[in-house]
Design a protein around this ligand. Structure first.
Ligand SMILES: O=P(O)(O)OC[C@H]1O[C@H](OP(=O)(O)OP(=O)(O)O)[C@H](O)[C@@H]1O
Ligand SMILES: O=c1cc[nH]c(=O)[nH]1
Ligand SMILES: [Mg+2]
Length: 217
């Protein structure tokens, strides 16, 4: 399985990640959402290099130009809530893509133990298409796997791209175990070493959904 970790390359994307993480900047919700979005934009550009292309004739006012454009049918799927701004970044570039939305939430039995529930899915058919599942946080990997399984009820994708911003090492191992090795690519801006007792990523950034949209009851 190909894993692309952007933190291994020096680029401006690292500053967007730093602003998401930093306690001095992350409470500016507008900036937080926009940073999720612009990481989505940069990632989608890099991911676009892995799609299939063929030459097309384009008529300009003065002649004909041959341009290689992608032939892939894309489905951009995201996991509510924190996935929404990150998803928008992908959609800014892949503006012709179809879209899917899945809800996943942690239902806590007590302070430390939770189950993940999927209650909502809105998706097109995904047979033979390139499925890109976006979620900024990959902590245990449980939400990503359940979202993927829910999306499989809509067909069999040709390729799956798992796109995240901060992943724990544990989640990377989990995705390697639970997604098809021969047709999955993982894109992450950073891989962090630990999870705390609440299964939050350490050092991570805190709760991405709350930072983007405010605390929930
Ligand atoms: O890998 P996991 O252990 O499943 O955790 C990651 C999930 O947690 C976050 O969502 P959260 O449940 O906080 O919902 P929210 O986006 O509504 O805040 C995040 O956006 C992922 O969906
Ligand atoms: O670290 C984490 C884990 C789950 N959800 C988040 O938003 N952050
Ligand atoms: Mg949250």
């Amino acid at each position: 399985m190909k894993i692309v970790n952007f933190s291994e390359t020096n680029s401006e994307l690292n500053r967007f990640v730093a602003e998401l993480r930093c306690i001095d900047t992350q409470n500016d919700r507008l900036r937080f959402r926009r940073n999720l979005e612009r990481i989505g934009e940069v990632m989608s550009y890099e991911l676009s290099k892995d799609l299939e292309y063929s030459p097309k004739e384009i008529n300009t006012p003065l002649g004909t130009s041959i341009v290689n454009t992608s032939d892939d049918s894309l489905v951009l799927a995201t996991i509510l809530r924190a996935g929404v701004p990150f998803h928008q970044g992908f959609l800014n570039y892949f503006d012709k893509a179809e879209n899917a939305f899945v809800s996943a939430y942690r239902k806590y039995k007590d302070k430390l133990n939770f189950e993940i529930f999927i209650e909502y899915i809105a998706s097109p058919r995904i047979d033979g298409k390139v499925l890109i599942i976006t979620d900024p946080m990959l902590a245990t990997g449980g939400s990503m796997e359940l979202a993927y399984r829910a999306l499989l009820t809509k067909g069999n994708p040709r390729h799956i791209h798992v796109a995240s911003i901060i992943a724990s090492q544990k989640a990377i191992d989990y995705v390697k175990e639970h997604f098809p090795d021969d047709k999955t690519t993982v894109w992450v801006a950073a891989i962090d070493p630990e999870l705390d007792e609440h299964s939050y990523i350490v050092p991570g950034l805190g709760d991405a959904g709350d930072l983007a949209y405010g605390e929930k009851e």
